[in-house]
Design a protein around this ligand. Sequence first.
Ligand code: HEC
Ligand code: HEC
Length: 394
Amino acid sequence: MKTRTILALLLMLSISLASCVKDTVDVSYTTYSDEEYQAISAVLNLPNDRVDYEVKLPQHMLELGMAPPAINNAKATLGRVLFYDNKLSRNQKVNCSSCHHQELAFSDNKAFSEGFNGELTPRNSLALGSVANFKSSYEGGGGNGIEPFSQPQFFFWDERAHSIAEQSAMTIQDDIEMGMNLHELSGRLAQEPHYRVLFSKAYNTEAVQPNMITDALQEFINSIVSTRTRFDEGLAAAKGDANRPFSNFTQQENLGKMLFIHNCSSCHGANMSISPEKLANNGLDVEYADKGVGAITGNPADNGKFKVPFLRNIALTGPYMHDGRFATLEEVVEHYNSGLQMHPNLDHRLRENHSNNPKRLNLTNEEKAALVAFLKTLTDEELVTASRFEDPFK
Ligand code: HEC
Ligand code: HEC
């Protein structure tokens, strides 16, 4: 009787000790046990110590009042694996990166992208370097405790998704894009030993839930922040004042920068980090086949209004506009120079003195080339080559 009690006590003690040890391993999030790492390395090329997804913003961004998203490395790691996994689509033929390629700043080089069944998306794939991350671009919260900065900026060309998690749920379940059901997907992933490890590291449970899938994707996308461009170097040296000539720019690039500030920054922002305007009609057509925001609100005053996209990495993300109608930046500049169409909702900034005439910039060839040269300073080479964003599958 006595020995049994002692044995039972010993057993309880060893169980609680074991769970203590297990807890410390879980909480530190630095390494996997041998068994866990075996499950992971059977399919994935991940280092045994955790990859660091921390986002650091340069001083000139912090001074704008921006806050970097606080990234949980275990969730971002899981999100990255999900981002590259064909299992997310019904027939296991496409993954997020099929339409968001790292070397193209997570955009696609086609006007419309191919979904799981070979059908084309109705709109051009959006680049992901710096969409979600800034305090300025997020509705208060979005899973990361980011406070609203100015107007919130939402997701998709018509801003119909209010967070990346919501966007991801829509994309995974979209009939053209991935055609999958989140509950079915949860069951599919729970069968995989490596996912059981990754989910328990991120959420302390092996029971895969739909909201964990979309939350982890959001965490990974939030870590993709573009901050290292020649433009940022110039802006840092100019103490955050975009109006000053940048010492690291050519004369042509500095001319392009001034032209941009005068003609484009009222919507796209002179600092490439906060867009003063979230939605606008930029005069692509007199009659829009795709009504954009108007198709959602049913309000004719919203017809032809689309998200004002960030222009970071723009040299890599063609073709351009919501329907990919322009193949090159030269064509885009010519659109703003001479091609604006008089839609009733054409933004007032793109009209001649608030009249019913679209603005004509009458730029010289030299000025047009300068504007293009400036747009090419916005490329972040680190982002497009960083190993922490790469396909982790063997
Ligand atoms: C079949 C191609 C395709 C796949 C697969 C795909 N996307 Fe997209 N993505 C698009 C297109 C096209 C858009 C723009 C759609 C729109 O605005 O209506 C987009 C938009 C987005 C946006 C909005 C960006 C912004 O600035 O508003 C995010 C974020 C995004 N995708 C993330 C993902 C994630 C995460 C996955 C995987 C779960 C994924 N995408 C899978 C084509 C795709
Ligand atoms: C009135 C606000 C506004 C002004 C001013 C403006 N834009 Fe835009 N820009 C937009 C909107 C809105 C879109 C997306 C439109 C769409 O796809 O339907 C856009 C799209 C773009 C794109 C394509 C982005 C992509 O990812 O496909 C580029 C490049 C661009 N603008 C550059 C410029 C330049 C250069 C100027 C100045 C000459 C300028 N913009 C002035 C609102 C504006």
